[in-house]
Design a protein around this ligand. Structure first.
Ligand code: BG6
Length: 506
């Protein structure tokens, strides 16, 4: 990354600047970036929002958020004072022309003050219903006109289904060029997710066996122990498939299955990822019930605490049929992966928070050890722990010490915390730093988003056409509906028990 004095002047406009995302993620990340000198010397944050609040009161509120959520949050008053000087508040209606005129004037006056043209970043931290409108207002106000100096950042959900995603991408494209559009999937900012590329393509060791000849199956789990928290209203209109699978799990699948990139160029990597999505075999509408499982959590126990059912959550209708759990079996139809199942599962109120990618290797082609040596035999397995543990575990067979040949699985572990003195940055710190640096590698391109929706449409359509009769069908604190095992058992597989990298947890 460039340091402050090398970075071009920058105006970071946040639509929804008094909202939740700004408080919990954006401002803490910008503060952390400022502490590592990764923001330009000439830098302004313009928070745009409808709420009536003075600039001073907003800064005070943000200071509390930064204390709570930023890595460097315990900073002394002097650091905060310096940083908060960058924050401006612009109260205005997101759908009022006057707001954009005022914004434009403010940007110009800042540039005049700095004596230099600034990079202008427009961040959509608003409800999704405004995603289509703000870009058009920006376009009409001429704020998107300079292709080199302005960019727009948009959060998921990028659409509600394929049609709405196409519509949104069209609106964006009507006002911005693709190179100006940064679509965030915060999973891509996670250190361990980026490490999938480093592990696969910076080491010659595993790539030769990363294919159908040696891999039996791949299992991707993104489990959360939390419920929908305060987001019942949004979540009930989305569900696990839209909220997690369409974006985060699909991105993980792409990184695991993609071909090696020729260079670290943003579009080269994104091309390789989109190739994977194009190769995923669509699930036929009539076979959706054979390749997918959906679930909704009931009340139950998590970590000794009793928790309520999804239908009892705030903002959720008592008869809701929204899924809080989704599992899928997918195939990637290409030379590397033909017939290797990729199992994906995600859910809320599962026993614990754990995200991991498991590569399960095939058995040896010929078992030459005596039967009594292999009683405890298990196939080799590579586990990439995304969170909360961060690292990699390789399980393989070793000879148990003793006079006889007895095989036993053992683990070789790499743990980020033990190997690196530097803690992993929060995903938003990485991603906002990349936006400021104009590096789109970790952001989703329009065609990726659309390809992911295209794959999921038969599932969404079939689930909608046949509402579930058994919801809620898993108790909070369990690994989802029983049928989830069935997805794997059909092929003699089973969900791997999540690993724990160390006994000492963060
Ligand atoms: C968000 C989803 O994209 O990711 C949430 O909308 C989910 O429902 C969250 O809880 C999980 O992110 P993380 O980083 O906590 O795994």
């Amino acid at each position: 990354m460039n340091t402050s004095d090398q970075l071009e002047p920058n105006i970071f406009v946040i639509f929804g600047g008094a909202g939740d995302l700004t408080s919990r993620k954006l401002m803490p990340a910008l503060f952390d970036l400022s502490q590592s000198r990764d923001i330009p010397l000439h830098f302004a944050i313009i928070a745009v929002d409808r709420v009536e609040i003075t600039e001073e009161a907003l800064r005070k509120r943000l200071q509390d958020d930064v204390k709570k959520f930023a890595h460097a949050g315990k900073a002394a008053a002097r650091e905060w004072h310096e940083f908060s000087g960058h924050i401006r508040y612009l109260q205005g209606d997101f759908k009022g022309k006057a707001t954009y005129k005022e914004l434009s004037d403010l940007c110009e006056s800042l540039e005049k003050e700095w004596g230099a043209k600034a990079q202008r970043i427009f961040y959509m931290a608003t409800p999704p219903s405004l995603f289509g409108e703000i870009p058009t207002f920006l376009g009409n106000a001429g704020l998107a006109a300079d292709r080199k100096c302005s960019r727009i950042v948009i959060e998921k959900p990028i659409g509600y289904d394929l049609d709405s995603a196409l519509g949104l991408n069209r609106t964006l494209a009507g006002n911005f060029e693709e190179s100006q559009i940064f679509r965030i999937d915060h999973y891509l900012g996670k250190e361990t997710v980026q490490n999938i590329l480093a592990f696969r393509f910076a080491n010659p060791l595993f790539e030769p066996i990363w294919n159908r000849r040696y891999v039996d199956y791949v299992a991707i789990t993104v489990a959360e122990d939390v419920g929908v928290e305060h987001r019942g209203g949004y979540y009930d209109g989305a569900g696990a498939l839209r909220d997690m699978v369409q974006n985060h799990l699909m991105q993980l699948l792409c990184l695991v299955a993609m071909e090696p990139m020729v260079s670290f160029d943003a579009d080269e990597i994104r091309n390789k990822k989109v190739d994977v999505l194009h190769a995923v075999r669509p699930i036929p509408y009539d076979a959706v019930h054979l390749s997918t499982v959906r679930g909704q959590y009931d009340k139950g126990w998590i970590g000794g605490t009793h928790v309520r059912a999804y239908r009892e959550e705030d903002g959720v209708p008592p008869e809701s049929n929204t899924e809080t759990f989704a599992a899928l079996r997918l195939f990637v139809d290409n030379w590397r992966w033909q017939d290797v199942p990729f199992y994906l599962r995600t859910g809320k109120r599962l026993p614990r928070q754990v995200s991991e990618v498991v590569i399960q290797f095939r058995a040896v082609p010929h078992q030459s050890f005596p039967l009594e040596a292999t009683l405890d035999w298990q196939p080799s397995r590579l586990v990439m722990s995304i969170q909360p543990d961060e690292g990699i575990v390789l399980r393989f067979q070793a000879k148990h010490p003793g006079p006889k040949m007895v095989l036993q699985p053992v683990d070789m572990r790499f743990n980020y915390r033990e190997s690196f003195a530097t803690p992993s940055p929060e995903a938003y710190v990485t991603l906002l730093g990349d936006v400021i640096n104009n590096d789109a590698t970790l952001f989703m391109r329009a065609d990726q988003v659309e390809a992911a929706w295209r794959l999921l449409m038969p599932v969404l359509d079939a689930w909608k056409a046949a509402p579930p009769h058994d919801f809620p069908n898993y108790a909070s604190g369990t690994w989802g509906p029983d049928a989830t095992q069935g997805l794997l058992v059909q092929r003699g597989h089973s969900w791997p028990a999540p690993v724990e990298l160390s006994t000492v947890r963060k």
